[in-house]
Design a protein around this ligand. Structure first.
Ligand code: URP
Ligand code: ZN
Ligand code: ZN
Length: 481
């Protein structure tokens, strides 16, 4: 009698804790057994000699997010998830962004419509809170948190998104009371504005000046201020897309004081530098993102932080704008000033292979750390664990069989996003996903897509364990209950 739907045999299974040999039995989309010589299955997959790891969870990516007039993100929920799946990601958590003057619930409804029938892998949503009105804080956020939207991003910069400190504190207080996680984009907006004016006045408007207008200190100050507000409110926060050595230092300092400060970084801060923005002509626009890529010293600080536990998640911040396109990087022409270049780089497919190759194979992190950063911690931070983020009996069978020694040179042609370039063109890597399973179904096999649009399911996030209120150690909370 057939016992399993699928058995992945002879796997070298890697989790955030262990590396062990086992067969993985899958029934009904769930891992139902781990053991030697599992019984018969309708389908056998031989993984002999291959690393079999939990599917990646990308908890920072932007898909089909409306932008300023005339600018369009290259990927929607179909192309974005196809690209993610080819790179070994089986769950994404993109953003449902509140539009100023409108509600957060309206944003959630809108993004569900945008996603309908498209994703090939599972997805949840973070919220972006850009207009924290009384109604949003009192009614909408608590209601949405209860319905499975348990994290929200706030910005300290960008005209249409940024919150002032008083607003940030109000959002943090809601997160504390309701058990949600706030993600913070930490850059000092006024410093950026002033520096930008100086560069503009001097006619220094090439893409490279984008990086100079957002120096380390801008991120360091925003990071410190966010940490301070989180300390005052007594709530954990997660600093997103951390790039600079000085911001890393602030986070390490806060963690050393026992504050619950979490942090995310991204591939662009490991393998790109600000010098990439100096590429000839307008080519530097391909690397314009915020915070900007830094220098070798910051890269090293980020690597150290990944290896030593300062960082908890490793995401793509996939924010793809086509280069040679009037709706993308060239919206305002091929010689537009840096202030007009849409911010963001693509990377949803290359995230895991870059970290595996540059991190694990280069000996900078071990395989358990790779799994922890790319799957287990993201699931824990955002309330998806243990359904997602590990290979264990009872977990969804979101599994990647890696061809861990495959020699790959990244070209945009081999990628599946809808962007016309990759910032990693020509980069040589070791390792690429061979077979990707989402809830037990093979969605990618040897570079071939086997999934249907709409096969991915929406997943509700629980309140993450990391945000559970703890006893106050200082005075009574200055938070209205
Ligand atoms: O430049 C970036 N990172 N664009 C995406 C939006 C954001 O702030 O994450
Ligand atoms: Zn951001
Ligand atoms: Zn982002």
């Amino acid at each position: 009698m057939t016992e399993f739907d699928t058995v992945i045999r002879n796997a070298v299974v890697g989790t955030a804790a262990d590396l062990f040999s086992a067969d993985i039995g899958i029934t009904g989309g769930v891992v139902t057994a781990l053991g030697r010589n599992l019984g018969p299955a309708r389908r056998d997959i031989d993984a002999a000699g291959r690393w079999v790891l939990p599917g990646g969870i990308d908890t920072h990516c932007h898909l089909d997010q409306p932008m300023r007039t005339g600018v369009t993100l290259a990927d929607d929920f179909l192309s974005g998830t196809i690209s993610a799946a080819h790179g070994g990601t089986t769950t994404i958590v993109p953003f449902a962004a509140q539009v100023h003057g409108s509600g957060v619930r309206a944003a959630v409804d809108d993004y569900h419509r945008r996603a309908a029938g498209k994703p090939v892998i599972d997805y949840a949503f973070h919220l972006i809170v850009s207009d924290p009105t009384e109604a949003v804080l009192r009614d909408e956020l608590p209601g949405l948190i209860r319905e499975g939207y348990t994290s929200f991003k706030i910005y300290m910069t960008y005209e249409m998104l940024k919150l002032n400190d008083r607003q940030i504190i109000a959002v943090l207080a809601v997160a504390r009371r309701e058990g949600a996680l706030v993600m913070v984009h930490a850059e000092n907006s006024d410093c950026i504005a002033w520096l930008t004016e100086q560069f503009e006045a001097a006619g220094q408007t090439a893409p490279y000046y984008h990086a100079l207008s957002r120096p380390l200190a801008v991120e360091r100050e925003g990071t410190h201020r966010a940490i301070t507000m989180a300390e005052i409110v007594d709530v954990p926060i997660l600093l997103v897309h951390v790039s600079g050595a000085e911001a890393v230092e602030q986070i390490r300092w806060a963690q050393g004081r026992g504050l619950r400060i979490y942090a995310e970084t991204c591939p662009q801060y490991l393998v790109l530098t600000a010098d990439d923005l100096k590429a000839p002509g307008f080519e530097g626009a391909k690397f314009v993102c915020s915070p900007p890529p830094r220098d070798a010293q910051s890269q090293q600080a980020v690597w150290n932080g990944l290896a030593s536990g300062v960082f908890h998640t490793f995401s793509s911040d996939h924010s793809p704008f086509r280069f040679d396109d009037p709706a993308g990087k060239k919206r305002f022409g091929a010689d537009a000033p840096f202030t007009k270049i849409p911010n963001g780089v693509p990377g949803i497919e290359t995230r895991l292979p870059i970290l595996l190759s540059e991190g694990v194979h280069q000996g900078r992190i071990d395989l358990a750390t790779f799994v922890r950063l790319t799957a287990t911690n993201p699931a824990k931070m955002y309330g998806l664990y243990p359904r997602k983020g590990t290979i264990a009996v009872g977990s969804d069978a979101d599994v990647v069989i890696w061809d861990q020694d495959r020699d790959v040179t990244i070209t945009n042609d081999m990628l599946h996003h809808n962007c016309d370039y990759t910032p990693y063109e020509g980069m040589r890597l070791r390792g690429w996903p061979a077979v990707v399973l989402s809830r037990g179904e093979v969605v990618v096999e040897e570079d071939k897509l086997l999934a249907e649009p709409g096969q991915g399911q929406f997943v509700r996030c629980d309140r993450p364990a990391v945000v559970r209120p703890r006893a106050r150690t200082t005075a009574e909370p200055p938070v209205k209950r």
